[in-house]
Design a binder for this molecule. Sequence first.
Ligand SMILES: C[S@@+](CC[C@H](N)C(=O)[O-])C[C@H]1O[C@@H](n2cnc3c(N)ncnc32)[C@H](O)[C@@H]1O
Length: 189
Amino acid sequence: VLRDDEREAIAGIWARKLRQDAEQLPQAERHRNLEPDSAEFIHAVVVALGATRLLEVGGSSGLSTIALAAAARQTGGRLTSIEIEAARQDESRARLRHLGLDAFVTFINADAGTVIAGLGEMDFVLIDCEKDDYRRFFDLLTLGPGSVVVADNILSHGLTDYVAHARGQWPSVTLAIGKGLEMTCVPPR
Ligand SMILES: C[S@@+](CC[C@H](N)C(=O)[O-])C[C@H]1O[C@@H](n2cnc3c(N)ncnc32)[C@H](O)[C@@H]1O
């Protein structure tokens, strides 16, 4: 279960995102984050699965990172968080340290396309980066039996190509949580 201070941190990041949207800051300056309901959902899924090898592609300033690191604390697992923008990841790292969650995270500051293939098998993956990359990054993953991939922005961005691709391989469903999550489930062996 997420602690109160973790939920407060998630709410604070989300409030900033809404403020920046309302102020219509240039897109490059705005923080884009997973919706808090989606963060609660992925946290619950990881804990329910008992997943220990966790990956997020697009960690940004750390909203989803908090949810997944707190889940890793509970399952005895570890999160690998990939983010291409160093400043965003520095903010996330500081936030996770403040919450005492940094011990459960390996931060990688890189283009995910250059590192995913070398990471080994995963039990849970969040894809939350540039939408054009979803399909390519999905194909780079090594997924263990019973693993789950969740991709954000499915409904907000009409990501029908990604959805069709995921469904061509594994059972998969779009959930109307936040901006729309595609949840793809690899059957257990
Ligand atoms: C929607 S935001 C992620 C939000 C984050 N999951 C959260 O909940 O706060 C997308 C992030 O993906 C990062 N990104 C985009 N392309 C990437 C790539 N090729 N490799 C790693 N990160 C990437 C962006 O810099 C941006 O911070």
